[in-house]
Design a protein around this ligand. Structure first.
Ligand SMILES: [Zn+2]
Length: 200
């Protein structure tokens, strides 16, 4: 029998999953983990949101050295006004702000359209509650970040421009499609949400 000595020095039966648990890199738990990762999340949306919360998206502010070398300043492709940083692109950009304003009409949670950077933190205490209201908010949040990021990239790679209303429509349609696959409860609040989202 193959044995393994764990971090405490105790011998135990070898299993790959146990060894991985011992060896894998660990970081501090973040309170907004459940805002991003949950059973109904859309993985590609969650991944982009995860990168954003970790400030790891490749925005243009990471290309300052390139700018200095070429003597030019790269601006936000959505508004063409200021540098494309994560804070600007997702929260203070006039284009993004218009998208958030449209999305907010579906969000039953006290948040201003100018405080999205703090949204994951504010939602964290409620994020583990597996009820439709919070699942919808989390889906909308991640979808909004994903499609704003997608629109920024579409413009950089010349794949056409969409208006804030068109980006909102894609967000709405994507979340609604996800809601159609839900197993809904028969509570009054669930029935109201189904009606609001026109999900049968
Ligand atoms: Zn902008």
């Amino acid at each position: 029998m193959v044995m393994w000595r764990d971090l405490n020095g105790s011998k135990c039966e070898f299993s790959i999953s146990q060894v991985w648990e011992y060896l894998r890199p660990r970081a501090a738990h973040v309170p907004w983990y459940s805002v991003i990762w949950f059973s109904h999340c859309i993985l590609r949306h969650a991944f982009v949101l995860w990168l954003l919360m970790g400030e790891r998206l490749k925005t243009h502010d990471r290309l300052k050295a390139w700018e200095i070398h070429h003597g030019t300043i790269i601006v936000c492709p959505l508004c063409n006004l200021v540098r494309d940083t994560q804070d600007h692109l997702f929260f203070s950009c006039p284009f993004a702000s218009q998208v958030w304003t449209l999305v907010l009409q579906h969000i039953d949670f006290p948040i201003s359209s100018h405080a999205w950077k703090d949204f994951a933190w504010l939602l964290s205490p409620f994020a583990k509650r597996n009820i439709a209201r919070f699942v919808i908010i989390k889906l909308l949040f991640a979808a909004s970040v994903y499609f704003i990021w997608q629109e920024r990239n579409r413009r950089i790679f010349k794949k056409g421009n969409r208006s804030p209303a068109q980006v909102y429509e894609v967000i709405y349609a994507t979340v609604r499609l996800k809601l159609m696959s839900f197993k809904w409860k028969s509570s009054a609040s669930a029935l109201r949400l189904k009606s609001d989202w026109k999900v049968s």
